[in-house]
Write a protein that binds this ligand. Structure first.
Ligand code: VGL
Ligand code: ZN
Length: 212
């Protein structure tokens, strides 16, 4: 990118799922997941509005392989709303792994939006759950707060960042994904597919170096 992005008052930073379980040593560790922490700490100081999502599953959640007898993590099954990837148990409500990573300085965050708490519905996107019908309320919240452009960082680039970015565009926001402040799981080409999907949706893929 050549044109630097100048931040405006109606811009916000959305930090997606910066949680212990998505960092090395966690239940669903994203390779290099902890490497985004210093970048996000620096970013958070540059935005006047900061919002955070937190993956927040009840025990026995339908996205856990352990809830599907005979199934293994990373397999795909058909559930009521279509295909669902199965994950190791992760981000269980109230457990240490579900906590926001302790090295993050997100005290200025105005909203921590929890998602994935319906027992039978996963939610990659910060806007709409995986049944593609259940809204989280974030679109209306951001509209009411006067936000027009979202900069997204966090975990994982090919799942929750990807779906949040595409749905943010669908909800009418300008969306910039700061790729160096994200890390991917990369299951069976999911990272390449995510990059394609985001670009097709009109999401701008940039890096923190593109910020003026
Ligand atoms: C995520 C898989 C399952 C994510 C959350 O934050 O990208 N991925 N739950
Ligand atoms: Zn999850």
């Amino acid at each position: 990118m050549t044109n630097l992005l100048t931040l405006a008052p109606d811009d916000a930073l959305l930090v997606v799922d910066p949680q212990v379980d998505f960092c090395p040593g966690g239940a669903l560790a994203v390779p290099g997941g902890d490497e985004v922490i210093p970048l996000i700490n620096a970013l958070a100081g540059r935005f006047s509005r900061v919002f955070v999502t937190q993956d927040w599953h009840p025990p026995g959640h339908g996205s856990f392989a352990s809830s599907h007898p005979g199934r293994q993590p990373f397999e795909t099954v058909e559930v009521a709303y279509g295909p669902q990837t199965l994950w190791p148990d992760h981000c269980v409500q109230g457990t240490p792994g579900a906590a926001i990573h302790p090295a993050l300085h997100l005290d200025r965050a105005e909203l921590v939006l929890r998602k994935g708490f319906h027992p039978g519905i996963d939610s990659y996107s910060a806007f709409v759950e995986n049944d593609r019908r259940t809204p989280t309320g974030l679109a209306s919240y951001l509209q009411e707060r006067g936000i027009r452009r979202l900069f997204i960082a966090g975990l994982a680039l090919d799942y929750c960042v990807h779906y949040s970015a595409v749905d943010g565009r669908r909800a009418g926001f300008h969306v910039v994904v700061l790729e160096d402040a994200c890390r991917a799981i990369d299951l069976q080409g999911s990272l390449a597919a995510a990059r394609r999907g985001m670009a097709e949706a009109g999401v701008l893929l940039a890096t923190t170096a593109d910020l003026a």
